[in-house]
Structures are given as C-alpha cells and as structure tokens.
Design a protein around this ligand. Structure first.
Ligand SMILES: Cc1ncc(COP(=O)(O)O)c(C=O)c1O
Length: 387
C-alpha cells in the first residue's frame, strides 16, 4: 500500500546523508499545512477576485502570504506585485516569458550545460521552442564572465535577460546584470534596454537569510521555487515590478493554471513565517559555512572543485580525474548512503545523462543539524567511497 511505501521512503530519508542542493526538509508545521483541509478548496482567480464562493478565509491566507513575501525580501507593495500561485518553478518562468514577451521574442539566459535550468530556454523545453533564446555560459575558470555577456547582449539585443542558475557555486552579481540589460541597444523599432529576470530558486533562502546579495531592486522580475534553501513546500512565486504584474498574473491564471493549490499556499506562508525568525538567518549562515568547509576539505583530499570553491550552498566536483563518470560516482555514493546528483561541469565533453561531475549541497544536512565537524567527516567519507 502507498501508506507503507511512504513510511519506507521516510525510513530511507532518515538513513541517508542527503547532499542534493535542491532538496531540503521542511518543518512539521509546513508538512501539517500541506496535509491540511486547505487542499479541499477551489479558488480560481486572485485574492478577492474569485470565480468560486466560500473564499473569505482563503483570501485572508493569500493576502497574508503575499505580505510575508514583502517582509522576507524586504520590498514594498508600492513597487512590487507578488503572485504566490505558480505550481512550480518551471511554470513560473514560462508565465513570466508569456506575460512580458511576444512569442518568438529574443531572450538571453545561462545554458543548461553550464549551470542554467531547462526552463531558461533549453531546446527540449517549451520555453526554448516558444522564444528565440541565446545562451551564455561561464569562463574556463567556471565563473560567470560578465564582459562576455555584455558583448553577446550588445549583438543579440534580447528583450529579456535571465540570470540565476541551478548549478552555479558563486555569488551572482545582479547589479552587473542590470547594467548589461540597460546597455542593450535599440533594435531599430525604438526599444532600447532589456528586461531583467532573476530566477533565485536555488538561493532564495540564502537571500532571505542575508548571506547572498538580493536581486531587488535590480531585477524587473524575480521567480523562485519555495522548496529549496527557503525550506518550504514544492511551489513557486513570482515577484514583479508593479507595471508588469498584471500581465504575469494573467499568464498564470487563466493562461497556464487553474485553481491554486491552497494547501501549498498555506505551507508557503508557514515557511515564510519561519524564514523571518532569527534562527533562519543562523540556518542560512550555517548552510554557506558548511558548503565552504566541505569544498575546502574535498580540495585538500585532492578533489577537483569547479571554480576552486563555493560562495553559496553548492559545490560542483569534477570526478573525471578519479577515472569515474558522474553517474558512476553518484551510484557508488548511493550504495554507501550518500545521495548526490550527477551534473555537467563547464565545457563537459560528456552528456547530461552521464556527465563528468557531481553536484553537492548543504541545505538538507544543515537542517538536520550538521556543522563544520560533520562536513569534514562527510568529505572524508566521500573520498573513501570514491577512491
Ligand atoms: C534555477 C531553477 N529554476 C527553476 C527550477 C524549476 O523548478 P520546478 O522543478 O519546481 O519546476 C529549478 C529546479 O530545479 C531551478 O533550479
């Protein structure tokens, strides 16, 4: 029975060391909200503009969740609109493109191979089929090369520049992206400058905790999932400049979605309340400290770390010097109870299904209480298993 399989999965989760950077363990309160009666209600439309009746309490919930977003990211409702209804990060990104662009418009984003996400215009993703994407990557040193992006942007003249990544271990300079977006020359039809979207899915919790610079006020639109470093339920949100939010709201509903998943919305609110507590700041600080120690220790054990270290919660390890592929390394680690994901490394000669790297992260183990001492043990364990 499914009930038994859920218990089995819980037992697995308790037994392993989870180093997947996009996973986390939400609190019992978040889980309770997810499993609450909110799941029974339908509430198509935005707060106070519903197609169903019986939504007075739900309106209060959605309003409060939006207020919490403003508080967590220290922004004003005067300048920013919030949509907390997206079912996932991919849908949120698509909604932004559909909301602010015309089909076929040009977008510049990071390539999947060098750290971006599928929903940043990969050719197998609908985002890449609906719009004309060009991709930037990183330099040979693994760092984003802003000068190169500037040159590409000048030539390509995108209407939108996307920054934010799924596998980038360094600080993202949002101010620099704003400058690049502002410098895009006119296409001839009078429009100069590009819109800028920051997908902060991976680092939202670090931004909330004050250990990564904020994309506000530089970005025009910010998207994020809520289940990663933010430690909420699986969901997403879009925060956009006031003059763009109407179009983006319409792209979510009725454009792409039906009724919001209200249990997720409630759970998101609980997670945001938690993110406002001083203990969350300590958590975010510890996530980064742990990642730095893990990277340093792995380096001292002879591992090749992309960019030589990390500024955030994740680490990319090139396992080719060990004579392993990312898939082989991931499998060996799983057998021993350490869970990672295989990942392309910049300029990888191999394919995504069996790339040259693995991606490690500290959000989940930090939630379980791991500190620097445990990270050193984990690094040694990884070394023993892979060597
Ligand atoms: C940067 C980034 N954007 C978007 C997403 C998509 O989120 P979801 O899996 O909720 O669609 C992810 C998920 O890994 C991500 O890392």
């Amino acid at each position: 029975m499914i009930k038994d399989l859920i218990k089995k999965e819980l037992a697995r989760q308790k037994k392993v060391i989870n180093l997947i950077p996009s996973e986390n363990y939400p609190s019992k309160d978040v889980l309770r909200a997810l499993g609450s009666q909110l799941t029974s209600k339908y509430a198509e439309g935005k707060s106070h503009q519903r197609y169903y009746f019986g939504n007075k309490v739900v309106d209060e919930i959605e309003d409060e969740v939006s207020n919490l977003v403003y508080k967590v990211f220290k922004i004003s409702p005067k300048n920013w609109g919030v949509n907390v209804q997206p079912y996932s990060g991919s849908i949120a990104n698509l909604a932004v493109y559909l909301g602010v662009l015309d089909l076929g418009d040009r977008v510049l984003a990071m390539s999947l191979e060098q750290g971006g996400h599928l929903s940043h215009g990969h050719k197998v993703n609908w985002t890449g089929k609906f719009f004309e994407f060009q991709h930037y990557g990183v330099g040979r040193d693994g760092f984003i090369n802003y000068e190169e992006i500037l040159v590409i942007a000048q030539k390509f003249k995108p209407k939108l520049i996307v920054c934010g990544a799924t596998a980038y271990p360094r600080i993202i300079d949002f101010k620099r992206f704003r400058e690049i977006a502002d410098s895009v020359p006119s296409t001839g039809s009078g429009r100069a400058g590009a819109l800028m979207m920051a997908d902060i899915s991976h680092i939202a919790g670090l931004i909330a905790g004050g250990v990564h610079p904020s994309p506000f006020p530089y970005a025009d639109v910010v998207t994020t999932t809520t289940q990663k470093t933010l430690r909420g339920p699986r969901g997403a949100m879009i925060i956009s400049r006031k003059d763009l939010s109407d179009k983006i709201d319409k792209a979510i509903f009725p454009g792409l979605q039906g009724g919001p998943h209200l249990n997720v919305l409630g759970a998101m609110g609980v997670a945001l309340e938690e993110a406002l507590k001083p203990s969350f700041k300590n958590y975010a600080e510890q996530v980064v400290k742990n990642a730095k120690v893990l990277a340093e220790e792995l380096k001292s054990l002879g591992f090749k770390i992309v960019t030589g270290g990390t500024d955030n919660h994740l680490i990319l390890v090139d396992v080719a010097p060990l004579g392993l592929t990312g898939k082989q390394a991931g499998e060996k680690l799983e057998e021993a109870g350490v869970i990672v994901n295989k990942n392309m490394i910049p300029f990888d000669q191999r394919k995504p299904w069996d790339p040259s790297g693995i991606r490690l992260g500290t959000p989940a183990v930090t939630t379980r209480g791991a500190k620097e001492k445990e990270m050193i043990r984990i690094a040694k364990t990884i070394s023993q298993i892979l060597k």
